[in-house]
Design a protein around this ligand. Sequence first.
Ligand SMILES: [Zn+2]
Length: 625
Amino acid sequence: MTFRRALLTACLVLATAVAAFAQAPVEYRLSFPEPEHRWMQVEVAFREVPAGPLQVRMSRTSPGRYALHEFAKNVFDVRVRDGKGAALLPTRPNLHQWDVAGHDGTVVITYRVFGDRVDGTYLSIDATHAHMNMPATLMWARGWADRPARIRIEQPPARKWRVATQLYPTEDPLTFTAPNFQYLMDSPTEFSAFTERTFTVADAGGASPTFRIALHHDGSDADADAYARDVERIVRETLAVFGEFPQFETNIYTFLSDYLPWASGDGMEHRNSTVLTSAGALRNPQQRIGMLGTVAHEFVHAWNVERIRARDLEPFDFEDANVSAALWFGEGFTSYYDDLILHRAGLTPLDATLASLAGTVNAVTLSPGRTFRSVTEMSMLAPFVDAAAAIDRTSWENTFISYYTWGAALGLALDLSLRHETAGQATLDTYMRALWTRFGRPGQKIPGHVATPYTTDDLETVLGELTTRQFARTFFGSFVQGRDAVDYRPLLEQAGLVLRQRNPGRAYLITPALDFQGGGGARVAGAVLFDSALYKAGVNRDDLIVSVGGVSTTSQDAIDQVLARHQPGASVPLRYVRRSGESASTTEIFEEDPRIEVVTGEQAGGTPTAAQQQFRNQWLGSKVR
Ligand SMILES: [Zn+2]
């Protein structure tokens, strides 16, 4: 090779390298000519398109959501042009894709998209806002994962809306960028006249991100102030669990809170933001605490899921359902923390926290689902159950336990077991911090990507390092891969808490929802649980229970009165009519109420020891000085 040739080669290499880093961004223009009619106009320009057909798609999934959602169904009026404005006719290899051949290196697509659901998954456009989840809104090109994007948003007629988003700002307040495809899809955007509140919180390492609340609601400024105060308490208490903030890109974390009467209840985590939606109102204390629980849940996700991420979710697949065996950890442990953080932050009283924990334990312990599948197998069913629409009936009541609930129950078990095993040296917070150090913190190099995702084996390994390999193996073998029931009584006793039967000695009938509307009895309106007394009596969904113990079952009161007159184990006559019209008479044997409750030792008439009191404070007390 001559010197001249070498120089030429070097220049070519340099040119290629520059091209790789400065590829033309995908340019989006979003406009809202008639927002009241709930559609928007999208124009997307793909430039520097390589030769050959450009494969353009609508997503079938959305980050953090696991069922298929077929967002292409709301797209219409699609037109494709080349760089000179000449019309191109795409082919449709499937319902989600437009293949564009014969272009001149530029492909410009315009389309309209309808959206009328306010939540964390879909798109909503109306006279008050454009609430955009990107997978429901934007077409994208296959194989263009590294291309940056530029998004220009236009004001609807006669409005002055503002934008809240985790997209990167530019000098123009209505133009944003995303460094790559994953980040773009992960960036929900609220465009409205929202109420704004901001605050900053510093961590021990010197990071001091800004927290921005974009609140679209029908409440007062005082509601907004109080909400911002409580969100800040949640942020501080969550920071105390993990020890430091993630490195939020652009140094801002945004809460996109849409609390509107026509919203659907949801919360969706993203890398530097979260979408929080509810039909509730902040002025209603009951609804408000539920909304704050979602704030806590989603903010924990800024670490757990967004950065401490399971390998089977990285990178997110926008073409097919994402199946993860670790949602019991990603969602379930996060759910355990919502209760804990609300209580530590002083937002929920102890009795409400204990009632919630007892409800979680009851749901897992009493559900027949545990006899069929482990918590990892339950996690893998997410595409069937996570906002998945089915028109046929399923048997989930008998065969499924939510990985949120079961995972939360395991979070409780592990927290209390760790404290016991290590004499208080290690807690679930310590474990989460160890996972953060190993997988979350070093994985933050490329925005929207996690460089070091974990496997279930990794979760076990890190637990073993905090305790012993034997402890970790037993926990994972028995409760994660296995289906053993946790014995919560001794674990809770450490904190001076008493797990006891809720209604000892009381006859009980586990019934699904009963409908008394049709007259003549109680119509069974839900699944009958396997091996429950009703199941053994042959009753199933849609059957009409006519009488129990000789009393007409015309109301829940009537049934409760019969139960009150009998002991567990008593057998009484049961008359019912099957949905086919066939009448049946059988015997019903009442069970004892199997549900437990958790109360303080003080409520149970005792006095906790100093050690129990200390354990309780270390577990449930605020970690914010
Ligand atoms: Zn979640």
